[in-house]
Design a protein. Structure first.
Length: 263
């Protein structure tokens, strides 16, 4: 039986940089350097720090697990449940760097989806999973390369050898350097080489005075943190959906039906 693990609400509001700094895994100077590099590369902060050689994937996963009181999972050793894999779409897993590997409590009213996450602080992703699947999420911490390799193997039918090669290439990637044009994110670079996952198109540059962001900023108020526009929109979108559901204005089945109709 898998352990029932939840992220404490207070900890879930923190960011990876804060947790690593609190645990002494990185220095303030290393965090500032990582944040500056992150703006150039548009990668996740954890991936950026690893690419800079500040800490290893294992150190990052262990620090996050200890800070959040979560279990870790070795996706190379666990027996993956295909019924869990089928709960989520490949593109969603690629975007959020996560992988569903088991369902706890099958046949009961309290069953939970166990999800390996390289960023267990990605609360919007967990909320979307719970809304669209109807299952509560139990997050487990895994390394970025293991999550990517699992996505390749189970969603894109890459052989175990190809998935292992992708993981090795991610771990061996040299530190990021400053460039005028940001490089591809790590996962897409490896996937492109294996021809297993199509690279996502580059996001268009944000237009000055973007109406959607401006309206949402007016409605919710600006947050004095380092959230990206995408993170803001995701967090607010799922907050609105939860309110609509609580007020009985929309059901999960209606949402899924509309989502399928529009896709």
């Amino acid at each position: 039986m898998w352990a029932r693990v939840l992220v404490a609400p207070l900890m879930a509001r923190k960011r990876i940089g804060e947790l690593l700094l609190e645990r002494g895994a990185i220095s303030k100077e290393q965090l500032e350097s990582g944040l500056a590099a992150q703006k150039r590369t548009r990668q996740r902060l954890g991936v950026t720090l690893i690419a800079q050689g500040v800490l290893s994937e294992i150190q990052l996963a262990q620090s996050l697990a200890q800070s959040l009181d979560l279990a870790t999972v070795d996706l190379n050793q666990v027996q993956v449940d295909w019924s869990a894999v089928h709960m989520l779409r490949a593109r969603f897993c690629e975007t959020h760097e996560l992988f569903p590997f088991a369902i706890d409590g099958k046949g009961t009213a309290s069953k939970r989806l166990l999800v390996a996450m390289s960023d267990p602080l990605n609360q919007p992703a967990s909320e979307e999973i719970e809304f669209t699947t109807g299952l509560m999420v139990s997050p487990y911490v895994s390394t970025h390369s293991q999550v990517r390799a699992a996505i390749l193997r189970y969603y894109h039918k890459a052989s175990p050898a190809e998935a292992a090669a992708a993981a090795a290439a991610l771990r061996a990637r040299p530190p990021a350097v400053a460039e005028e044009d940001p490089p591809m994110i790590v996962g897409e670079e490896i996937i492109s080489q294996l021809n297993a996952m199509p690279a996502a198109p580059s996001a268009p540059a944000k237009k000055k005075g973007d109406s959607v962001t401006k309206d949402l900023d007016f409605l919710f108020g600006e947050r004095p943190d380092e959230e990206s526009d995408t993170e803001k929109l995701e967090r607010r979108f799922w907050a609105l959906l939860r309110i609509l559901q609580r007020k009985g204005l929309m059901t999960r089945d209606e949402f899924l039906a509309e989502l399928d109709r529009e896709s």
